[in-house]
Write a protein that binds this ligand. Structure first.
Ligand code: BJW
Ligand code: ZN
Length: 298
């Protein structure tokens, strides 16, 4: 039986391994307390929508306006959101423990905004605020573009009136008619005039090879004491594979999620059921200290 919701047991484990290597694999649930929806499950972005119509190169080729509307909305939501105590706790852990590496599948930039040291953060699926040229022969990339709206035709995705505040993403709300945005009104590459695309990794696309190489180098540097699996369904590859990779290097798995499938955990593993924004600061308290009113740690 895994160890479920036993914070003192986890604290004892953490403090008896002060110099060990720690890995985290994070997903959309990490940002749920910041008000950003997850992908799958109740309230998920893809609940009423076929993900392959929005997050594949084929979808972009077929209707770049529809895909851009989806990402323009996500950019707007992420810009309005603030990092939550879970992002801050992981950033504080990184500052305290140089041997901690955080792999995030999230593209919302919230870990970066929480001050997570860049050398200890790997963004597996890219970033909403990176723009890339869709033309494979062109190498144009722009980082940290936070313009909102990006172009006038994407302005509808940025509208957040009080009446809209509780509305789901227009694309998944069947009552909101979809507007067709012609390609001529979408963001264009300054180098070759092809369409720009969001700098995220879509289904069927390879993750950045250099980034994967760096992660394997880190994995192979030695044993790992624990892998935190935070707010992710761990269903998407290759990200999900890092849980097994860490376990194969000795790591105990520590799942922090509103839903924990106990049967997937080993007898030495930990499961904590609840909001990552509440649990992570408590779980990490022996290393990062207790939370102060301003959200930092002492
Ligand atoms: C809370 C909470 C709270 C809620 N607190 N918790 C090997 C085997 C099988 C399939 C494949 C394979 N290799 C490749 C594939 C195909 C594919 C894949 O994995 N498919 C699976 C679905 C089966 N993978 C790929 O295509 C990848 N490319 C690749 O491998 O290239 C080589 C290759 C290509 C083709 C064939 C073979 C090899 C690329 C994957 C890219 C994924 N991209 C997306 C979109 C990014 C852009 C965007 O954001 O729009 O990334 S998909 C989407 O899923 C997004 C996420 O990062 C990712 C993971 O989702 P996540 O974060 O886990 O979210 P949810 O919603 O699933 O879960 C949220 C969790 O939080 C839940 O558990 C909740 O309970 C919990 N939660 N509130 C704590 N408050
Ligand atoms: Zn270009």
């Amino acid at each position: 039986m895994p160890i479920i919701n036993d914070i003192p047991a986890f604290h004892a484990f953490l403090t008896t391994n002060p110099n060990s290597r720690i890995l985290a694999l994070c997903g959309a649930g990490l940002s749920a307390a910041s008000g950003l929806p997850t992908f799958r499950g109740a309230g998920g972005l893809w609940r009423n929508h076929d993900a392959t119509r929005l997050a594949t190169p084929e979808a972009f080729r077929a209707d770049p306006g529809l895909v851009w509307l989806f990402y323009a909305y996500r950019r707007h939501m992420a810009l309005e959101a603030k990092p939550n105590p879970a992002h801050h706790a992981l950033a504080a852990l990184a500052r305290q423990r140089r041997k901690f590496l955080c792999l995030t599948q999230n593209v919302d930039n919230l870990s970066q905004r929480a001050g997570h040291p860049p050398s200890q953060l790997r963004t597996l699926h890219g970033n909403l605020f990176t723009l890339k040229c869709f033309n494979r022969r062109c190498s144009h990339v722009e980082h940290n573009n936070t313009a909102d709206p990006l172009v006038p035709s994407l302005a509808p995705a940025s509208v957040t009136t009080p009446a809209d505040a509780t509305r789901p993403l227009p694309l998944v709300d069947a009552d909101v008619p979809l507007v067709h945005i012609p390609a001529s009104e979408l963001p264009r590459c300054p180098q070759c005039a092809s369409l720009l695309r969001p700098g995220v990794v879509w289904f069927g696309e390879q993750l950045d090879g250099a980034l994967l190489g760096e992660i394997y180098e880190w994995l192979d540097e030695g044993p790992i004491s624990v892998i935190f699996v935070v707010g992710t369904g761990a269903q998407v590859w290759p990200a999900a594979g890092y849980v097994q990779e860490a376990a194969a290097r000795g790591a105990r798995v520590c799942v922090v999620n509103t839903e924990v499938a106990e049967e997937t955990l080993g007898p030495e593993d930990f499961g904590f059921v609840g909001d990552a924004a509440v649990l992570l600061p408590r779980l990490l308290e022996p290393v990062i200290g207790s939370t102060k009113d301003d959200g930092t740690f002492e």
